[in-house]
Write a protein that binds this ligand. Structure first.
Ligand code: NDP
Ligand code: KPL
Length: 300
């Protein structure tokens, strides 16, 4: 299967490398420094104490998707539409497209640009870029993808490449569950700049997280999506599973980058407004992260 990855960052390099190491021809599309490094060295993947060199083609050009049977989209949610518009003219008419992104509406936004089906995926991995074209895997790696004519074949291909993949008839609920986790952790971790373990033990934090979860459940319900009964257990369990983790929002702010908050708590707030629901906890967290982004901009 010829594979192209649009967005050679942490997630794109991880899944691109895993597929390349399994023998698939992979083309990575990324920024200049990353493309230059990968063109010389492939993707360097640090995983479980070992260093792997995954052979890939690398380019900065959107035309890198031209002969791909499968295109993985792994840009941040703010870049989804621009990335889609850049590659749209070059896509093969029968290529499969998979969104490997957080947030619940990236596949829909991609479909609006491409005019064809895009398979959404919930991505359960902890991976970070340590240098251009070099990523460190910090845990997990499995995917839950939506249904479609190609989903079963893709799941098999991924599993053979060491990427455990389930196909879900109800991927919307899976994505909303992950969104709820992000809404509960990302902003609070960014505001406190504390990892999850110490963060949840601060007086009052668990109560705010519980309010966020209740609001997310109500908004999802209004949108026709039922979230699992044990949602709060899933959410609170993450702090015990990853006590030293900082949210991607906290990391983005530390690096003075724009965060994905508009696609996390921001998405919940916008959807709540459509249904006339009040979501004060999500709204407050959204405003706090916007303040931190603005403060970063002013001191740039
Ligand atoms: N990292 C993780 O462990 C996890 C991340 N996710 C989700 O996966 C998605 C990707 O995250 P992540 O990999 O961390 O993000 P990164 O910022 O590491 O990777 C995205 C890369 O794509 C590049 N890019 C953006 N637009 C273009 C373009 N038009 N052409 C070429 N390159 C482009 C970015 O460059 P630049 O920065 O210069 O714009 C960046 O290098 C997000 O939705 C995230 O929430 C989900 C689970 C875990
Ligand atoms: C699951 C979680 C909260 C892990 O840090 C994440 O997806 C993020 O940081 O964006």
């Amino acid at each position: 299967m010829k594979i192209a990855v649009m967005g050679a960052g942490a997630v794109g390099c991880y899944y691109g490398a895993m597929l390349a190491l399994a023998g698939h021809p992979v083309t990575m599309i990324g920024r200049q420094a990353h493309a230059t490094a990968m063109a010389s060295n492939g993707v360097i993947l640090l995983k479980a104490g070992e260093t792997h060199r995954a052979p890939v083609q690398a380019t900065t050009e959107p035309s890198g998707v031209a002969d791909a049977d499968l295109v993985l989209i792994s840009v941040k949610s703010d870049d989804t539409v621009a990335a889609a518009e850049a590659i749209a003219p070059y896509l093969k008419s029968d290529s499969r497209i998979l969104s490997l992104q957080n947030g619940v509406d990236n596949a829909e936004r991609l479909e609006a640009v491409f005019g064809r089906a895009v398979i959404p995926a919930a991505v359960y991995v902890a991976v970070e870029t340590v240098a251009a074209g070099k990523v460190r895997h910090n845990g997990r790696g499995e995917l839950v993808i939506g249904t479609g004519p190609a989903s079963a074949e893709l799941a098999r291909t991924f599993a053979q490449a060491g990427i455990p993949t389930d196909v879900s008839e109800n991927v919307a609920a899976v994505l909303w569950t992950k969104l709820t986790v992000n809404c509960a952790y990302n902003a609070l971790c960014a505001i406190g700049q504390l990892p999850y373990g110490p963060m949840v033990s601060v007086n009052g934090v668990a109560e705010v997280m519980t309010d966020v979860v209740k609001e997310c459940r109500a908004v999802a319900q209004a949108a026709g999506i039922s979230l699992p009964d044990n949602l709060i257990g899933t959410v609170m369990g993450l702090a015990a599973a990853m006590p030293s983790q900082f949210s991607s929002t906290a990391q983005d702010l530390q690096r003075r980058k724009k965060t994905e908050i508009e696609h996390l708590n921001g998405y919940v707030v916008r959807t709540a407004e459509k249904f006339g629901l009040s979501v004060p906890a999500n709204r407050t967290l959204l405003a706090c992260v916007r303040l931190l982004e603005e403060a970063n901009r002013r001191t740039a």
